[in-house]
Design a protein around this ligand. Structure first.
Ligand code: FAD
Length: 456
């Protein structure tokens, strides 16, 4: 019998339905959405405000007119990258699973394991080219409005190339991939209105030169606060890092650095230009640099109050993706932070694509709501404020595995998890050198074995 399954018919599968889907943004999340949606048989249009793909990774020396990024009428610059930025994840961990981020043989490329930002943009371009994703993107089309029309469909209005508002276009579903590192969050500082110094948010930080011979107080303790303080210390007179995390720990000079001090949070600032820290120390300061993170921001989205952003919680969202009452016709990709972003986007997008086609059943509205409520209660019980709702850290792999199981994809590779944790430990213990010295050769070789046979 040439067809051994002929007498054993496969269980009936519902026919897969092809939907029309609008994706907002052609950064890493939107490109991965385009790929997974098209693979599932949907018809996809990606709207991209800029004239190129890459989102965050499309570095520009340009900054906004308002260095704090607060003026609502300012021309928004999307990327927050600074010139010296190198990745904080090794390329093996960081890359898409479907298209490993291995060193390219093309001329002029950066083969380092923790490459500079330009290399990530080149990699995203290679990825888009490999899967012919560029043809799905409408460039220079800023989405101005997304809202429901009758029959549970969505109207999408975008700016045309000539700057005029385009007509509404109607889709079955919208996938929001607009990134969340553009709209600054600012620390509130008592006395700031009368303080005569300069303030800037890290969104508008590019190079250290403007800080030459200045006394700079940098607020924050994230990866960019680490990088930027060291970058600026090369030319500044003094750099003081004010952060919550040192409050109970050690303050004073940062070991190995002449010009960097660790301080507790700022208590107040004064007319005479001084900054007082919570331990009573006071210094004259030229510049306060806010490395205080970003806000989720969806200025185009009209859901009649169904989806809100409160203290940086986007909700209610089932698994950080679907608002239950609008699921699966509206979804958000890439909200989780402290994660390995590109693979997480793939897991999320495969699930969304499969749910939209009807291949993967979605829980009922009530079940999704109950899950969200249980999640919020658990955060509250642990004293975790709303603004940490989408922070994952260690729990990300469990989340990825859940999504993988739903979509029938292999879960996160063991080497990737281990490499992520090893790198995190090295980053904390040797922040100056972790990008150039490592000891996880065994994991690198496992990764490369996997890359050779992996087809996802
Ligand atoms: P983005 O890359 O921000 O893309 C969003 C896209 O949406 C943009 O192209 C934008 O133009 C478009 N858009 C927005 N609004 C509209 C609209 N209304 N209409 C049309 N288009 C719109 N990740 C790592 O894996 N490794 C790292 O080392 C790393 N370092 C980072 C360092 C910094 C300083 C920052 C800010 C982030 C870093 N990240 C890193 C995280 C990084 O954000 C993700 O890697 C990833 O680029 C996020 O992709 P995204 O598609 O979600 O968002």
């Amino acid at each position: 019998n040439p067809n051994p399954t002929a007498h054993f018919p496969l269980p009936a599968m519902p026919p897969l339905v092809s939907r029309s889907v609008a994706v907002i943004g052609a950064g890493a999340a939107g490109l991965s959405a385009a790929l997974e949606l098209r693979r599932e048989g949907h018809s996809v249009v990606v709207y991209e405000r800029e004239t190129q793909i890459g989102g965050t990774w499309a570095y520009t020396p340009e900054t906004e007119i308002d260095p704090m990024g607060l003026n609502p009428n300012r021309k928004v610059i999307h990327s927050s990258l600074y010139s010296s930025l190198r990745t904080n994840l090794p390329r093996e961990v960081m890359g898409f699973r479907v298209y490993p981020f291995v060193a390219s043989e093309k001329p002029g490329r950066d083969p380092r394991r923790f490459p500079g930002h330009r290399e990530v943009l080149e990699y995203l371009r290679d990825f888009a080219e490999e899967f012919k994703l560029g043809e799905l993107v409408r460039f220079g089309r800023e989405v101005l409005y997304v809202g429901l029309v009758e029959d549970r469909k969505w109207a999408v209005r975008s700016k045309k190339g000539n700057g005029e508002d385009g007509d509404d276009e109607v889709y079955d579903a919208v996938v929001v991939c607009n990134g969340h590192y553009t709209e600054p969050r600012i620390a509130e500082i008592p006395g700031i209105d009368e303080w005569p110094g300069k303030q800037i948010h890290s969104h508008n930080y590019r190079v250290p030169d403007p800080f030459r011979d200045q006394v700079v107080v940098l607020i924050g303790s994230s990866a960019s606060a680490d990088d930027i303080s060291r970058d600026i210390a090369r030319v500044a007179k003094e750099v003081h890092i004010a952060s919550r995390s040192v409050q109970n720990g050690v303050t004073g000079k940062l070991p190995g650095h002449d010009k960097i001090w660790l301080r507790p949070m700022i208590n107040s600032v004064h007319k005479d230009g001084t900054v007082t820290f919570q331990d009573g120390n006071e210094i004259y300061t030229d510049v306060i640099l806010h490395c205080t993170g970003y806000k989720y921001h969806f200025p185009f989205l009209e859901t009649n109050g169904i989806v809100t952003v409160e203290d940086n919680r986007v909700g209610p969202l089932y698994k950080h993706i679907f608002p239950p009452t609008l699921a699966p016709w509206l979804s958000f990709v890439g909200l989780p932070w402290k994660v390995v972003p590109f693979p997480l986007f793939e897991f999320q997008n495969k699930w969304i694509a499969g749910v939209l086609s009807g291949r993967i059943p979605l829980e009922s509205k009530e079940e999704m709501m109950a899950d969200i409520e249980a999640f919020y209660s658990s955060l509250e019980a642990s004293g975790i404020p709303n603004r940490y709702t989408h922070q994952m850290g260690e729990s990300q792999f469990e989340y990825d595995d859940w999504l993988a199981a739903k979509s029938g994809s292999p879960s996160t590779e063991e080497w990737r998890k281990q490499m992520y944790f090893v790198t995190g430990r090295r980053k904390r213990s040797t922040p100056e050198t972790y990008r150039d010295h490592w000891e996880d050769e065994d994991l690198i070789s496992l990764a490369h074995q996997d890359f050779k046979r992996h087809v996802l």
